[in-house]
Design a protein. Structure first.
Length: 168
């Protein structure tokens, strides 16, 4: 069965993949980072990891965003770390056939990428806490974050939409 949308999870690379996939499929892209409260952004910018109580209103808002998109007969793609199983359950509550794409990668590779990015409130120093909180999903399609973006897109389209991989 083809998915009605995607939840892209993991520590790094989600937004880049999400934007490219949404463009390729003509679907709606949402970056969970854009929905954080100013208080949550300030905590993360100060290097303070969020608590479950900090995240709960944010997760409710993201779930509403997914449901609103689906009810409008649109297809959402949400990039969200969703490191814990209970976060993913909250995000997907009431949705149907949303595929989960898990971007898996080594600490060293992700550290190098996060360290190089500019202007994002989530600093590389918080990476260790993300890896500690990560509960790897058993219900997701796993993509190696070291793959080139084009290869990831081709893999997703071949897996979910029976589309042939494009020539290199």
């Amino acid at each position: 069965m083809q998915p009605t949308g995607f939840l892209i999870i993991g520590v790094s690379g989600k937004s880049t993949l999400g934007k490219a996939l949404a463009q390729k499929l003509g679907w709606d892209f949402f970056d969970a980072d854009d929905f954080h409260s100013p208080e949550n952004v300030a905590k993360m910018a100060a290097g303070i990891p969020l608590t479950d109580s900090d995240r709960m209103p944010w997760l409710v808002t993201l779930n509403y965003q997914l449901l609103s998109c689906l009810h409008a007969d649109r297809h959402p793609i949400l990039a969200c770390s969703a490191l814990k199983k209970k976060y993913r359950a909250q995000l997907l509550e009431g949705t149907h056939a949303i595929g989960i794409l898990y971007l898996k990668g080594s600490y060293d590779l992700i550290w190098s990428r996060i360290s190089a990015r500019q202007g994002h409130y989530m600093k590389a120093e918080m990476l260790q806490s993300q890896f500690e909180a990560l509960e790897e999903p058993d219900d997701a399609y796993v993509l190696d974050v070291s793959m080139p973006l084009k290869d990831m897109l081709d893999t997703i389209c071949a897996e979910y939409f029976m589309l042939k991989r494009s020539a290199k």
